[in-house]
Design a protein around this ligand. Structure first.
Ligand SMILES: Cc1cc2nc3c(=O)[nH]c(=O)nc-3n(C[C@H](O)[C@H](O)[C@H](O)COP(=O)(O)OP(=O)(O)OC[C@H]3O[C@@H](n4cnc5c(N)ncnc54)[C@H](O)[C@@H]3O)c2cc1C
Length: 289
């Protein structure tokens, strides 16, 4: 039997009692189509009370009459910014959310789970590695770092997608570059008009300018990508305890009741989704039943 993890886990966030199973009502004020299968919903609280969250947390979004799914918040973690979620249309609930008319109500529970804890990168370099839609859960972390830019050393964003058409947040990427973030993009498959890099995101790790000895690494993407990225970061010299990943396991309740997302002693909904790579390295890449 596997040993319990000794890696330092992020603090569970308090205040998610069973009453938190009741969704709040939010009105869909805007839907932006980002790529062929990915869209961003902007939501306004029907009761006027904004949702307070930390970068990396997720909510349970419900399309009434269809179901409920965990989705990371993709907007800035301040009460002035409108609440946004960036979603890939993959199945029943995400498709219903994609088809919800602007002006309709959706349900929101949460926020739930742990955050990226970007403050641990203060005084050091921060390297963020995103694969595909993994940039969405990292976006609030980038925005938080830029809000307090002087507290961090070099900030590097390595972003890989399948094709140029899958690149998300193009305007943000331009703004972040202008704000001094070293942004390196790559695609698995180029197109005739693509003049950028072609190759897996892991190939960027040796090219980027950051001090591995101090760096805090935040990684989000498909599990296989996170596994190889963490290995490449550690090979470059990043301390294993400074590599964090965000897990997307199937979950139902989001509050540690149903046990659907349990891994050993961890509930991914409570102890994650953001976890030290060390704590979950045995889980990454293992198919869910
Ligand atoms: C903490 C957390 C944060 C997430 N954040 C985002 C996000 O920001 N944006 C986003 O688009 N998606 C995110 N997901 C994944 C999202 O929850 C699933 O895509 C969604 O539950 C699929 O539901 P569905 O009814 O549309 O599809 P289903 O009909 O349930 O499934 C369609 C396909 O998606 C796969 N799938 C189902 N659930 C998951 C899951 N949890 N993770 C990965 N694949 C899944 C199924 O295996 C199947 O192949 C997140 C998941 C978790 C656990």
């Amino acid at each position: 039997m596997a040993e319990p993890t000794t890696a330092r886990l992020p603090e569970r966030q308090s205040g998610q009692p069973v009453g938190a199973m009741v969704p709040r009502l939010f009105r869909l004020t805007e839907r932006r189509q980002d790529t062929a299968d990915t869209f961003t919903l902007t939501l306004e609280p029907a009761d006027g009370l904004p949702l307070s969250f930390i970068p990396g947390q997720f909510t349970m979004l419900s399309a009434f009459g269809v179901g409920e799914v965990p989705i990371s918040v993709s907007s800035a973690a301040n009460l002035q910014s409108p609440l946004q979620h960036t979603i890939r249309d993959v199945g029943a609930v995400t498709h219903a959310l994609a088809s919800t008319p602007v002006g309709s109500l959706v349900g929101v529970r949460g926020p739930y789970g742990t955050g990226w804890q970007v403050a641990d990168g203060e005084g050091a370099d921060v390297v963020l590695v995103a694969g595909g839609i993994g940039l969405a859960p990292l976006r609030p972390a980038v925005l938080e770092i830029l809000r307090q830019r002087q507290r961090f050393g070099r900030v590097v964003l390595l972003y890989g997608t399948r094709s140029p058409q899958d690149l998300l947040f193009a305007d943000d990427l331009r703004r972040w570059k202008a704000a001094g973030v070293e942004v390196l993009e790559t695609v698995d498959y180029g197109t005739p008009s693509w003049t950028g890099r072609v190759g897996l995101v892991t190939t960027l790790i040796t090219r980027a300018g950051f001090d591995p000895g101090s760096a805090l690494a935040l990684v989000c993407g498909p599990e296989v990508m996170m596994r190889f990225t963490a290995a490449a970061l550690i090979k470059r010299g990043v301390r294993p305890g400074r590599v964090r990943v965000s897990l997307e396991r199937n979950m139902r309740c989001g509050v540690g009741l149903c046990g659907h997302c349990q891994y050993r002693e961890l509930f991914i909904c409570l102890d994650g989704p953001v976890l030290p790579f060390e704590a979950v390295s045995g889980l990454l890449g293992v198919r869910e039943l």
